[in-house]
Design a protein around this ligand. Structure first.
Ligand code: 6R9
Length: 657
């Protein structure tokens, strides 16, 4: 780790924005000055300017009961109206909202007027199904326009969506449906992935099937199914409805009523340090203010001329904030792509950029690194000259990947903005502003206007420039999470207790360093959360899936650094004697990899499963994952003196070889 840090801090390349870019840039230094002078007043001004309120608010922030904040609480708005109707009313109904590209090459162009009409119809269907304010709706869909429509229709009627990534298993879906107590599930028969139809509806059937003896009361009344894959599906009469049977018939008239700014907007589950995913809760007015603000200023959005493309799936927070809410609130035209980057050929993304004339691209370091591996000849076959700004999110971007992104994709011309934020923060918190900031490859750099962050030591004391520590957010922000669904204690414990004596420091779980200019360099998680291809996974969650298999006696999981995916899941498993005598270690390892994929989803499948005889433990019985990480990364094993049995690591190292 420390050699990696030294290497990072040796990075001295700098990229100033071009004069042309700066001249047309949306964000100016004045934003920092205004926010500095009056942080809360700054956000209130932005909320009034960026959004349309059906009832204006009179108070911006209430922080009298930390860490429970409210923003704009006596104001009312309809989030879907802000993303749709008002653009049509302003005369922009013919502007394209979605340039959708299916993986097999089919495409659809949907204007703001069309999207608004479709959302109104779906809102009427939801009302007919008895879904209203405060009800929860689970959405389990591929990247098709109906995913966006479904989310906006849910929030239009004041209900709360819980989008579950289509790559999650039936068990993961079931856990999320149960935790939120969803009344309706919106899904598809299937969607396209890697050239094939990947089924979704069967997972919903499994999740809702056979609960005998589970002790869980079924809350789901209906399943609304979009036809996309054309695959055969089973049907439960009375519960299941085809989207194409009910939506076109529904009325296209629907008045959007205002809801309080603190009305819950959505729940999104994310991995924490324990086995059980946390339902992060976001509300309406503050969330929409900050997503719209950041989308406009960080991506320098000129909505009349830009074609924006964020490659994230709507199942993750990036898809919520920068595919759905930020861009649509700002009236942007954007690409929505269903498939994987390399289907049917490795240049698929660049073909999409060329086809639609994409000007702003927002993606993840893991994707950039996998393109680097394939080589520049693939993107060079396409005309990428429309691109004028590139963004990165999800994990630290190493300087080499940053430079490659700028040079090969951006023709050494486009600014690159590295944006740090989390599911919990709701919107971007640390990023350069293109047109203002001289960028540094590998550093997220500066807190946005109106955002206050610091790097502190374990006691909460500012570390000073040139030093490393823990990243904290020192003042409340509009799009901050409002809690963990159904678990206020866990909210306080997880994020606020570590620095409780500081009176409201939010602990992000990330390590960071300040360089001599005071710019922030992110160093990765400091807890048991792994970051695999920009997706958060918890070691505890995968361990509990492994021990749920009858062959497993004990398991430990670590995140090992990986050239392409950032980190990779590596598991060490002790197998029960009875199984060991009847199966080969190779067979068991393969079987357990597949098992984890089935339990949680393919993204959680370990890269390596090592069958071992013992695990390294301290005298108090704690597994020393640090030592296992040494083995997984092929390093010499570190200090073993606190182990109960100091021999155990040489045995494990031998078994792994
Ligand atoms: C938006 C998103 C959050 C975690 C976060 C951090 C890592 C995200 C980053 C970054 C370094 C960046 N992370 N962006 N690390 N530089 N630009 O990814 O949300 O899935 O909740 O993950 O991702 O470790 O704590 P989420």
């Amino acid at each position: 780790m420390s050699s990696q840090i030294d290497h990072l801090l040796d990075e001295s390349r700098r990229f100033a924005p071009s004069a042309e870019f700066a001249a047309e840039a949306i964000a100016t230094k004045e934003l920092y000055h205004r926010a500095q002078a009056d942080r809360v007043g700054f956000w209130a001004d932005e909320a009034r300017e960026l959004l349309t309120w059906s009832k204006p608010f009179t108070e911006a922030l209430d922080w009298s009961n930390p860490p429970f904040a409210t923003w704009f609480a006596d104001g009312e708005l309809n989030v879907a109206y802000n993303c749709l109707d008002r653009h049509v009313e302003a005369g922009n109904g013919d502007r394209v909202a979605l340039l959708w590209e299916g993986e097999p090459g089919d495409s659809r162009r949907i204007t703001y007027a069309e999207l608004t009409e479709e959302v109104k119809r779906v809102a009427n269907v939801l009302t007919d199904l008895g879904v209203g304010a405060g009800d929860r709706v689970a959405i389990y869909l591929p990247m098709i326009p109906e995913a966006v429509t479904a989310m906006l229709a849910v929030v239009r009627v004041g209900a709360i969506h819980s989008v579950v990534f289509g790559g999650f298993s039936a068990d993961s879906l079931r856990a999320r449906i149960d935790d939120a107590g969803a009344k309706l599930v919106i899904t598809a028969d299937g969607g396209y992935r890697k050239g094939k139809v990947s089924a979704l509806k069967p997972a919903v059937d499994m999740a809702l099937g056979d609960r005998n003896g589970s002790g869980v009361q079924e809350t789901v009344e209906h399943v609304l199914v979009v036809k996309r894959g054309g695959n055969d599906v089973e049907w439960t009469e009375g519960r299941d409805l085809w989207w194409h049977d009910v939506v076109p018939q529904a009325s296209a008239e629907h008045e959007a009523s205002g809801f309080p700014a603190e009305n819950p907007l959505f729940i999104l589950y994310t991995s924490g340090t324990t086995g059980k995913p946390k339902g992060i809760l976001h509300t309406s007015g503050g969330y929409l203010t900050q997503t719209a603000f950041t989308h406009k200023n960080v991506f320098d959005l000129h909505p009349e001329t830009d074609v924006y493309w964020c490659t994230a799936d709507i199942g993750w927070i990036t898809g919520h904030s920068y595919v759905v809410y930020g861009p649509l609130a700002n009236g942007a035209t954007q690409v929505l792509y269903e498939g994987t980057p390399d289907t049917p050929h490795p240049g698929r993304w660049w073909e999409v950029v060329e086809k639609y004339g994409v000007t702003i691209l927002y993606t993840a370091p893991t994707a950039i690194r996998s393109f680097m591996k394939i080589g520049r000849s693939v993107p060079k076959k396409f005309d990428l000259s429309s691109l004028r700004l590139l963004g990165s999110v999800g994990e630290p971007i190493n300087p080499e990947a940053w430079i490659w992104y700028r040079k090969v994709i951006g023709d050494d011309r486009t600014p690159v903005v590295d944006t740090w934020w989390q599911t919990e923060t709701g919107a971007i918190m640390i990023s350069a502003l293109p047109g203002i900031t001289e960028t540094k490859p590998g550093s997220a750099q500066v807190a946005l206007p109106g955002i206050a962050v610091d790097v502190v030591d374990d006691a909460g004391v500012h570390v000073g420039n040139g030093n490393g520590g823990l990243l904290v957010i020192t003042e409340p922000w509009p799009s901050m999470l409002r809690g963990i669904w159904g678990d206020p204690d866990r909210y306080v414990e997880t994020y606020w207790e570590k620095f409780a004596d500081k009176g409201g420091y939010y602990f992000a779980g990330d390590g960071a360093r300040l360089d001599d200019d005071g710019d922030v360099w992110l160093m990765g998680r400091v807890d048991d959360v792994m970051n695999v291809s920009g997706h958060r996974l918890s070691t505890a969650e995968i361990e509990s899936a492994l021990v749920a298999h009858e062959a497993t006696a004990e398991a430990a999981v670590v995140g090992a650094s990986d050239e392409t995916t950032g980190q990779a899941v590596v598991a060490f498993v002790i197998i029960k004697e009875s199984y060991l005598s009847q199966h080969t270690p190779e067979g068991l390892a393969t079987h357990l990899r597949v098992w984890v994929g089935e339990q949680i989803g393919p993204i959680a499948r370990p890269r390596d499963v090592y069958i071992v005889g013992e695990l390294p433990k301290t005298r108090s019985g704690k597994i020393m994952r640090r030592l296992l990480r040494d083995v997984a990364e092929g390093r010499e094993v570190g200090d073993t003196t606190t182990l109960a049995d100091t021999m155990v690591m040489s045995v494990i190292s031998a078994q792994v070889k």
